[in-house]
Design a protein around this ligand. Sequence first.
Ligand SMILES: NC(=O)c1ccc[n+]([C@@H]2O[C@H](COP(=O)([O-])OP(=O)(O)OC[C@H]3O[C@@H](n4cnc5c(N)ncnc54)[C@H](OP(=O)(O)O)[C@@H]3O)[C@@H](O)[C@H]2O)c1
Length: 238
Amino acid sequence: MGLKVAIVGGSGGIGRALIDELMARYPNVEIAATYLSTAPNDDGVDGIMWAPLDVTNESAVAEWMQSLGSVDWLINAVGVLHSDVHKPEKSLTQFNPDWFMQSMNINCLPTLLLAKHAQAALKQSDNPVFATVSARVGSITDNQLGGWHSYRASKAALNMALKCIAIEWERTLNKARVLSLHPGTTDTLLSKPFQQRVPESQLFSASKTAQFLIEHIADAHAHESGRFIAWDGQTIPW
Ligand SMILES: NC(=O)c1ccc[n+]([C@@H]2O[C@H](COP(=O)([O-])OP(=O)(O)OC[C@H]3O[C@@H](n4cnc5c(N)ncnc54)[C@H](OP(=O)(O)O)[C@@H]3O)[C@@H](O)[C@H]2O)c1
């Protein structure tokens, strides 16, 4: 049996690059990918099956997971940092409860819903991986600058969720490797407004980031489940 990978948020900058990297590395890979707003035009091409999915909707997540049968790797690349009306907060005066809840809803909740409904699919794999693209700014230990309250808090909550999933699955799905991945600053729509001060050498193309992340996913051992891993393989403190 070949590798079967579910990519949630495959329409995003990093999500799309993960799909392309998987296809380049594993010519027989089967990919089930999701989008929210714009349907990609390669449905059914080269082993990619696209589905629309609002990953904050539990019944939609459950239905999609059930439709997949077995899955080897599930990678969640969904996330939000800003919108047309909201920017990451520079100070508490900019804090907005609705935006905070949207950030939690998109950055944290889906990983718990996916974990709940992916268990049966991952149990059928000999090599299961459950990974979410998080962000270094979700590290409490690493936080020296403050600000970005909603994004940081939602990514810290995401990291706690991943740690809890890893601990629970040591008992119930013990082959699974549960990973929280920091991609590094990557040239996508999400980072576009914040790239000016990033040195060129620290701004990765999405394809470079995807190479790093797929390498870590492919190499992760069972004892590394529950790790927060950066693009360069370093463990980030929670
Ligand atoms: N880019 C960076 O520098 C950077 C750095 C650190 C961490 N990250 C993290 O990396 C991940 C991917 O970011 P990116 O840079 O690739 O961003 P992006 O290009 O803006 O992509 C975001 C993805 O999230 C999807 N999405 C948003 N809300 C959704 C919902 N309710 N249901 C389903 N899908 C939803 C979007 O779907 P549609 O496009 O179909 O609407 C899109 O596929 C995020 O978690 C982000 O926090 C990125």
